[in-house]
Design a binder for this molecule. Structure first.
Ligand SMILES: NC(=O)c1ccc[n+]([C@@H]2O[C@H](COP(=O)([O-])OP(=O)(O)OC[C@H]3O[C@@H](n4cnc5c(N)ncnc54)[C@H](OP(=O)(O)O)[C@@H]3O)[C@@H](O)[C@H]2O)c1
Length: 250
């Protein structure tokens, strides 16, 4: 089967592409650096020719509210139009748990991306994931003022990129659900506690302060804003195991 992975050179894309190739599929790792650009349209028609499945793992270079919305709207429109013209049979996209329950500019852009997919007429599966363990440092940095990191005690359930990629590859090879699959890490704990454990383990001296009013990229975090409300597929790699693997790789 021919599969195009948009954002195939990114964190999740670069792990998903080899998994699919191991299964004997023809996989195009598509991104601007490989000549496929979902914003300008460069290379899209050629990449889509003969393609059965498209996996959208692209991310916006800017997280500024208007820039990220423009990225996911333009990219989504261009991709879905090219897929419709080529007769693609399954569109898979990676989204985020709770985007419709917490308000921030990045989440609004992901809601817009999902809306385009659901109304496109192309069979689809949306995978809503919790935050990646690989994103913990960026979260700490975004929540820091000097040496103090303020975070809500709302629940957090991060998942390892290796687990995300394995589930994305599996979903892409299955029949379209025309719906949403939720995925999360194996451990659920207060946001501030997980980030404090992470910073301590990597020797980062910053202090984490529990603050129910702390915003997450501008949005309020209630007890269950960032975790699945119903049944979710769980990854296998928890924080300690992920830290062990990251330290072994370093
Ligand atoms: N971070 C989280 O915790 C989290 C949680 C749930 C879901 N997600 C979603 O997961 C997805 C993948 O995230 P990631 O962390 O793997 O992303 P990433 O590492 O930032 O990679 C982004 C990818 O998008 C590509 N890209 C950028 N602009 C493009 C364009 N105009 N056309 C085609 N490709 C383009 C990049 O290509 P180049 O390398 O050539 O620039 C790169 O391959 C995103 O949609 C994100 O919203 C993230």
């Amino acid at each position: 089967m021919k599969i195009v992975v948009i954002g195939g050179t990114g964190l999740i894309g670069s792990k998903t592409v080899p998994m699919l190739r191991q299964g004997g599929h023809e996989v195009v790792a598509a991104s601007p650096s490989t000549g496929v650009n979902s914003i300008t349209g460069e290379g899209l028609t050629e990449a889509m020719a003969g393609t059965q499945v498209v996996i959208d793992l692209a991310n916006s270079p800017s997280f500024e509210d208007r820039a990220v919305l423009a990225f996911f709207e333009t990219s989504g429109r261009n991709l879905l139009a090219a897929e419709a013209a080529a007769g693609v049979r399954h569109h898979v996209a990676l989204s985020i748990v709770g985007i419709d329950r917490s308000d921030n500019g990045y989440f609004r852009a992901k809601v817009a991306q999902e809306h385009l997919i659901v109304t496109s007429g192309i069979p689809y599966t949306i995978i809503r994931s919790t935050q990646f363990l690989e994103f913990l440092r960026a979260i700490a940095d975004a929540s820091a003022e000097g040496n103090v990191v303020r975070l809500s005690p709302g629940f957090f359930q991060p998942i390892a990129a290796d687990d995300v990629a394995a589930i994305v590859a599996e979903v892409a090879l299955a029949a379209p659900r025309n719906g949403i699959v939720e995925i999360a890490g194996p451990e659920r704990a207060p946001f501030n506690e997980i980030v404090a454990r992470y910073l301590k383990a990597v020797g980062d001296p910053r202090e984490v302060v529990r603050d129910p009013e702390a915003r997450y990229f501008g949005g309020r975090v209630e007890e269950r804003s960032l975790v699945p409300l119903g049944d979710a597929r769980l990854g296998r790699i928890g924080l300690d195991e992920w830290l062990r693997r990251s330290q072994a790789r370093a």
